[in-house]
Design a protein around this ligand. Structure first.
Ligand code: NAP
Length: 515
């Protein structure tokens, strides 16, 4: 049985006790095991801080960008192997696995490109300088400098390549070493990504460490120059963010948690129009891509009451064409859920939603997968529900079912009511609005934009080039208020803020400009 290794203090560590099994979600067979028992977390943290940090800070932005480009190319060179691992360990279809991997390499190369734009500098300028005295001699300029600790990245199971890479890209470019900890259930892909990068000798010692298994006492060792960036459930986030040492030392903590994202159809959009088609395509993709195991997936579908029936029909029509099953079968378009726990949680979650909503499509139960032995595999069909009373559907506004499940919420067509319903979700990563009426969109934004980290404005004019609401592009901010965690990642250079200290430099203009 393959045992996943951790890479700490510049060495590979293989544990022999407390091993946690990893499964193939189609066959339910164990494919590997992982544990971090025996890792010296104190030494691992110190190694990253004392070796990796100085090595990165020695480099200019251009040089750090070259490291990122090297990582992107190395992972891309192993693309097929990594796709196969993803199919095996996560149950992703080939298309879903590519989404994760190409997202990873694309984000690394995007930040490599940004590094070139910054140039041969070590200090990051933050905005323009300005005169603070009577003349320009006494000058003020904000800059950002890397923190001198290490960044611990704790990731969710659903994006084992992208989750690792998007966080690492920002930290490395900022000048901070990383200890990455993938979710154990799908760590096979991340472990191989790190192995490829280590084998290629791309990074100075201590810049990248990997923990496969639990984090031991690592989090309690983080101090004021370290960073904890967490992606996962709101429940785990709450446990981590209230750790006393994190609070006492004001450790930077970034939380990317769950989110009841909404797609809102505007009242102007007529059935059969191009904007309508975009809305239906986007919603269906967001329900089924990665079997709905995306933090940005649409969970709530807000539809003006007069359109509710037509939307329901159009969605069911598309969902009926989805083939759930083993991705090895060429007819399959949606794979299983990643783990037995995710399957149980989806079944339980749909039962809870049914307290407030009627099941329109799907069974709410485990199903057999095409191309797979009956009764085996964590398969769950695309599932659509419709709420009876959108305002009083508490479960729909509070229960994230992390699977191919979404609920239609009819509303009275006013922008303020749609915004109020979206806000009942307590904070979203993304809300998508579909309307060609600028006034309606403007009214919606005034009433409800502060509840979402990203607004995707679907309309006739962008339909042809639209990438879909569920993609977290490196150029755009990723994060959301409230239950979405209150964090922020990516967004171009904004993504470096977590890993850098803002400094107000005050002094002579000539000295500051030379620095
Ligand atoms: P999870 O159970 O909260 O686990 C997330 C990570 O935390 C895993 O690496 C897990 O490790 C680790 N962890 C759990 N308990 C811990 C503890 N006490 N100390 C240190 N680490 C701990 O979440 P998940 O099931 O992997 O992911 C699904 C959730 O993530 C969904 O709610 C989804 O919405 C959210 N998500 C959010 C985003 C975003 O960007 N906002 C992106 C993706 C997913 P082990 O696996 O070893 O337990």
């Amino acid at each position: 049985m393959r045992t996943l290794k951790s890479h700490v203090s510049g060495k590979w560590h293989e544990a022999s006790t407390d091993l946690v099994p990893l499964f193939d979600p189609c066959s339910e067979e164990q494919i590997a095991q992982a544990s971090s028992t025996g890792v010296d977390f104190a030494a691992a943290l110190e190694y990253a801080r004392s070796q990796g940090g100085p090595a990165l800070r020695e480099l200019s932005f251009i040089q750090r960008g070259e490291l990122l480009m090297g990582m992107s190319k190395a992972l891309h060179a192993h693309r097929e192997e990594l796709i196969q691992l993803s199919l095996k360990n996560t149950g992703a279809t080939r298309k879903d696995a590519k989404f994760d991997l190409d997202g990873a390499t694309g984000t690394l190369s995007y930040y490599a490109y940004l590094a070139k734009e910054i140039g041969d500098l070590k200090l990051l300028r933050d905005g323009d300088g300005e005169a603070l005295g009577r003349s320009a001699k006494f000058w003020g300029q904000h800059v950002r400098v890397p923190l001198h600790g290490a960044a611990l990245h704790v990731n969710a199971f659903n994006f084992p390549a992208w989750g690792f890479s998007e966080k690492a890209a920002c930290a490395f470019l900022a000048g901070m070493p990383v200890i990455t900890k993938p979710a154990t259930s799908t760590a096979l892909v991340t472990e191989r990504c790190v192995e490829i990068i280590v084998e290629a000798g791309l990074l100075p010692p201590g810049v990248l460490s990997l923990i496969c298994g639990r984090t031991g006492d690592l989090i309690s060792r983080l101090g004021s120059q370290d960073v904890l960036a967490f992606t996962g459930s709101a429940a785990t986030a709450l446990k981590l963010r209230r750790r006393e040492n994190l609070l006492a030392s004001s450790v930077r903590v970034n939380i990317e948690a769950d989110s009841l994202n909404a797609a809102v159809l505007g009242p102007d959009v007529e059935s059969g129009s191009e904007t309508w088609g975009l809305f239906i395509r986007d919603v269906v993709r967001e329900i089924t891509q990665k079997a709905g195991q995306k933090c940005t997936a649409v969970r709530r579908i807000l539809v003006p009451e007069p359109h509710a029936e037509a939307v329901q029909e159009a969605l069911v029509d598309s969902l009926e064409r989805v083939v759930t099953g083993n991705p090895a079968d060429s007819t399959v378009t949606m794979g299983p859920l990643a783990t037995a726990h995710q399957l149980e949680d989806a079944i339980q979650g749909v039962a809870e939603l049914r307290q407030d909503a009627q099941l329109i499509y799907g069974t709410g139960e485990r199903v057999s997968g095409a191309g797979n032995p009956p009764g085996k595999g964590y398969f769950f069909a695309p599932t659509l529900l419709c709420a009876g009373d959108s305002s009083r559907s508490d479960s729909v506004h509070s229960r994230e079912v992390f699977g191919p499940v979404a609920t239609i919420l009819p509303y009275d067509a006013s922008a303020s009511e749609a915004a109020r319903l979206v806000a009942l979700g307590g904070g979203c990563l993304v809300t998508s609005l579909y309307s060609d009426q600028r006034d309606w969109v403007g009214e919606w934004i005034a009433a409800g934009a502060s509840w979402s980290g990203r607004l995707y404005l679907g309309s006739l004019k962008m339909a042809e080039q639209a990438l879909g609401s569920g993609i977290a592009l490196p150029n755009s901010f990723h994060g959301g208020p409230g239950r979405a965690g209150g964090g922020g990642e990516l967004g171009g250079l904004r993504g470096l803020h977590l890993y850098t200290q803002a400094i107000a430099l005050q002094g002579s203009r000539s000295m500051i400009e030379r620095l």
